[in-house]
Design a protein around this ligand. Structure first.
Ligand code: 13P
Length: 251
């Protein structure tokens, strides 16, 4: 059984004090929720403070990015070794905003996935097509390439730590979510790819999240699909009421 994962990507929002307020508003909301997992991904500057705030809450901590090296002359970068010490469990890798604005390609993302797993972190590996690619019916070709190149040389052991998030670029921050059927089709495609590259057991245990304009109103439509194992939420995760409603969509 795959335990659904509800991930909040705060992106470049919230100062340390604002992050603490948001974490405070959330920390008692998920007590007793044993059938789903919640992770908050604040900016790097807020990781320590949020870690302290959620210490005894059933909430995991995630980072939004990382460098693949342990340490060294990489000005401005943050390493998996540093994240590990803060109690970070998850790390978002290959988000489309990083691909788009920071030129991250599949090869770099692949290095990050391997490094994250080697440091005991659980990557949330993002893939997704642009609107133009979907219009040209290239969705599967693009996602297939991103998945294959992103997971190149990733061992079975490392793969057990990986989560994949399908985030169509056209659905991110636009209010125009994919339909649950569109998500289902891509998720099934990804799971089959993983099945062929690894094995049934790894594919069956792989969590595939949907991300892109998820809100309290549309979350259930995604979650009732057996191919959808959780959601990666941007904008709506900055509002504690909305994020709680998303996590507890059927309560
Ligand atoms: P929105 O929920 O704001 O569309 O963002 C999705 C996302 O990019 C999460 O990583």
């Amino acid at each position: 059984m795959r335990k659904p994962l509800f991930a909040a990507n705060w992106k470049m929002n919230k100062t340390v004090s604002e992050s603490v307020l948001l974490a405070k508003a959330l920390k008692n909301e998920f007590l007793g929720l044993t059938n789903r997992e919640v992770v908050l991904c604040p900016p790097f500057t807020s990781l320590s403070a949020v870690a302290a705030e959620i210490r005894i809450a059933p909430i995991a901590l995630g980072a939004q990015n990382m460098h693949y090296e342990k340490e060294g002359a990489f000005t401005g970068e943050i390493s998996p070794f540093m994240l590990q010490e803060l109690g970070v469990k998850y790390v978002i890798v290959g988000h489309s905003e990083r691909r788009q604005h920071f030129n991250e390609g599949n090869e770099l993302i692949n290095k990050k996935i391997k490094s994250a797993a080697a440091f005991g972190l659980h990557p949330i590996f993002c893939v997704g097509e642009t609107e133009e690619e979907r219009k040209k019916k290239k969705t599967k070709a693009i996602i297939g390439k991103q998945v294959k190149e992103g997971l190149k040389g990733v061992s079975e052991f490392e793969m057990r730590k990986v989560n994949i998030a399908y985030e169509p670029v056209w659905a991110i921050g636009t209010g125009k979510n994919a339909t649950p059927e569109q998500a289902e089709e891509v998720h099934e495609f990804i799971r089959n790819l993983v099945k062929r590259s690894y094995n049934d057991e790894i594919a069956d245990n792989l969590r595939i999240l949907y991300g892109g304009s998820v809100n309290p109103e549309n979350v259930e439509g995604f979650m009732i699909k057996s191919a959808v194992d959780g959601v990666l939420v941007g904008g709506a995760s900055l509002d504690p009421k909305k994020f709680v409603k998303i996590v507890k969509y059927d309560y």
